[in-house]
Design a protein around this ligand. Sequence first.
Ligand code: ATP
Length: 223
Amino acid sequence: MIEFKHVFKSYGRGPNILADINFHIQPGEFVFISGPSGAGKSTLLRLIGGLETPTRGAVHVKGNRIDQLPARAQPYIRRNIGLILQDVHLLNDRRAIQNVMLPLEVLGVEYKIAAKRARAAMEKVGLAGKEDQYPIEMSGGEQQRLAIARAIVNKPAIVIADEPTANLDAVSAKRIMDVFKDFNRVGVTTLIASHDRALMAHYARRTLLIEPDRFSDLIGTPL
Ligand SMILES: Nc1ncnc2c1ncn2[C@@H]1O[C@H](COP(=O)(O)OP(=O)(O)OP(=O)(O)O)[C@@H](O)[C@H]1O
């Protein structure tokens, strides 16, 4: 489903952030990406999402080399990935529900159906009743949950989330993790980078631990 083969990544002339990374994630796995700040967790997720290209090596996603896809094929692969980054990139001139409907609009889903699905996704992340607000009128945690609703609304095969619970209180964090768990239960491959090891220990069965000089592929979660 997701495979790294001898992947190296540096930015510009800087040092290798990732060096000779190898792993293979099967469909339906729930994987925790862990490691100290600045070690390269976001970089790894961005490589899978096709937002960065490796300096060396190959990144395979759903049988395609995402790092070598022609530009016209990228939207097709990205459509399968629900990407939740730290910078939520919401459109402030559109209401909350319109933000969530965007991925469906791109796919040409009929307006009424798209609105219904967007409303359901917002309810899942605890934002029922906030449909008509503008993102700017929402709290940081609400914006983060809105970005999550947008990422899951078209039922992607892969969900990648970078610190999805960082701005959330314990109750909201658990709610969001349960949303990911429900998706994972029906086969969605899930990768989550987080500093919250205790929370992740309840959900993930495998950990990719990224440290400055070491990469470890572990069963369970380290506590
Ligand atoms: N676009 C970029 N240009 C140059 N350097 C970058 C860029 N993006 C990330 N880096 C550097 O790469 C390293 C890894 O960053 P990354 O964001 O992947 O770490 P992280 O493990 O996700 O950190 P955190 O837990 O703090 O979010 C850092 O030293 C960072 O400064």
